[in-house]
Design a protein around this ligand. Structure first.
Ligand code: THU
Length: 158
């Protein structure tokens, strides 16, 4: 087990997964982000009849932090996911963020100039793995690669 496990953050991700809207996959995901000032922002996956427009839990949490003006301040994100059921909190499955979510988490990490901790936990909290934004998305493409990136604007957001 990794050290310094952010139990409250993981519990917040488990809690918000209860609100997953997943009538098509029946797979519930919860994500919680904590910022430098200790604020928590959570998200649950939200599916759609067109399937392809599904919004991941991580995106919900990132969007909530962004809406509070805290996108640059995210330090850690917890993610849990398992089949949606009454027994969700007994499940031992451990998931990691999908590729699209990794890219969006990286945007926040680059903005805040920190390597975001990504805590992946099973809903029953028996399995917990710590990853970082840099290792979950190696050889990434980011604003650093855009010659036209407005560095002044990015700096003003930090
Ligand atoms: N899902 C997430 O919310 N986050 C991920 O990182 C992977 C997948 C959701 C999308 C969909 O509602 C369900 O899990 C099954 O793919």
């Amino acid at each position: 087990m990794p050290e310094n496990i952010p139990l409250e953050l993981i519990k917040a991700a488990i809690e918000v997964a209860r609100h997953a809207y997943a009538p098509y996959s029946h797979f519930a995901v919860g994500a919680a982000a904590v910022t430098t000032d200790g604020s928590l922002y959570t998200g649950a996956n939200m599916e759609n009849a067109s399937y392809g427009l599904t919004v991941c839990a991580e995106i919900g949490a990132l969007q909530a932090a962004c809406s509070a003006g805290k996108l640059a301040d995210i330090v850690k994100i917890a993610v849990v996911g398992s089949p949606q059921s009454e027994n969700f909190t007994t499940q031992s499955q451990l998931i990691t963020p999908c590729g699209r979510c990794r890219q969006l988490i990286l945007e926040s990490a680059k903005l805040g100039q920190r390597d975001i901790e990504i805590w992946c936990a099973s809903p029953n909290m028996t399995s917990i793995a710590l990853h970082h934004s840099s290792t979950l998305l190696p050889h990434s493409f980011s604003a650093d690669d855009l010659a036209i990136a407005d560095k002044t604007w990015l700096d003003s957001q930090r």
